[in-house]
Ligand binder design. Structure first.
Ligand SMILES: Nc1nc2c(ncn2[C@@H]2O[C@H](COP(=O)(O)OP(=O)(O)O)[C@@H](O)[C@H]2O)c(=O)[nH]1
Ligand SMILES: [Mg+2]
Length: 306
């Protein structure tokens, strides 16, 4: 058995040991679905906000749609996916959007942003914008422009004094496993800058390693091999080495799309990932806002400048 596994590029022990063990059954799925649906941010904010970011075409929209599908109990789409493979370059997310889920997941939302590109000239204003999004300064509907970051006098989309509820409580970096072995220098630079800023701001960061079905046939054939796959483990190690993100904060998934069917087996890695993101965001929020006094409107002024 051991040799057979090695031959197929699988390690006998998994590299992630989730708190529920690594049981693969429908009951684990149902229990976890319930945990994700009922995790709340106590009384500080109504919903937990997660900014989903990463390079263009790495699977951000597909990941968001997969979480929406788990919430609704059937394959669902709440944002356009497929931009990465579109020859015309259409469908690429350029507008910042807050996305609430249909169905069970009512206590958190995702915020979809323009993807990082390989062009240094386009990174600068986007990175500035993303930091402002994390601090809660940007209203849903804002269109990212390569020419420059959002200005404070933009009355339609700039929020001068964001409340704790308008900030991001966690950041999810979505990264394509196929690109993990040879990460583009510009992505390394951009993601370093982002993770460094988030560390300074004390906002938790998780990384979703997408398309693992693409890279490992054993995972494609049987999702329960996901934490045993040598290729996936190697990719996580590379990500850790290049971007400094701890391995325990890296979650491999395959999103539901044409080649990945919607089912509990396929849903478990996605649920494990989002459950962990919710937990770290909730823990982060526990200490957040304690040192700030609400202003006259009951909102929290942004104390530190960008
Ligand atoms: N096989 C596979 N394809 C995926 C997965 N996630 C995304 N894709 C495909 O990758 C392409 C880009 O995905 P998209 O979500 O639009 O990327 P975005 O630009 O980061 O939002 C699309 O053609 C998706 O169908 C995955 O987990 N497995
Ligand atoms: Mg997208």
């Amino acid at each position: 058995m051991f040799l057979v596994r090695r031959m197929f590029g699988l390690y006998s022990t998994p590299w992630i040991l989730p708190d529920d063990g690594v049981s693969w059954d429908q009951k684990t799925y149902d229990d976890m679905l319930n945990v994700v649906a009922t995790t709340k941010a106590e009384d500080k904010v109504q919903k937990l906000n997660f900014l989903v970011l990463g390079p263009q075409g790495h699977g951000k929209s597909s990941f968001i749609n997969s979480i929406a599908s788990l919430s609704k109990g059937e394959k669902t789409s709440i944002c356009n996916a497929g931009g990465g493979r579109s020859a015309a370059g259409d469908n690429i997310t350029t507008v910042y959007r807050e996305l609430n889920f249909p169905g069970k997941f009512q206590w958190f939302r995702f915020c979809d942003a323009r993807g990082l590109t390989k062009k240094r000239t386009e990174s600068e204003s986007l990175l500035q914008d993303l930091k402002k999004v994390v601090r809660g300064h940007v209203r849903s509907g804002y269109k990212f422009l390569p020419e420059g970051s959002i200005k404070e006098d933009n009355e339609s989309f700039y929020i001068k004094h964001p409340s704790l509820a308008q900030r991001m409580h966690g950041v999810i970096i979505v990264f394509d496993v196929n690109e993990a072995y040879d990460i583009h220098a510009n992505h390394i630079e951009d993601l370093h800058e982002i993770t460094q800023t988030l560390n300074e701001m004390n906002v938790p960061v998780s990384l979703i390693l997408t398309k693992v079905d693409d890279i490992c046939p054993c995972v494609k054939d049987n999702m329960s091999n996901i934490y045993h796959s040598k290729k996936v483990i190697d990719a996580a190690e590379k990500i850790h080495a290049f971007l400094g993100i701890p391995k325990q904060n890296i979650y491999p998934v395959a999103s539901f799309e044409d080649r990945v069917k919607f089912g509990w087996k396929e849903g478990l890695p996605l649920l494990r990932a989002i459950k962990a993101c919710l937990k770290t965001a909730k823990d982060h929020l526990y200490n957040e806002g304690e040192n700030e006094k609400p202003n006259a409107k009951g909102t929290f002024a942004d104390v530190s400048p960008m």
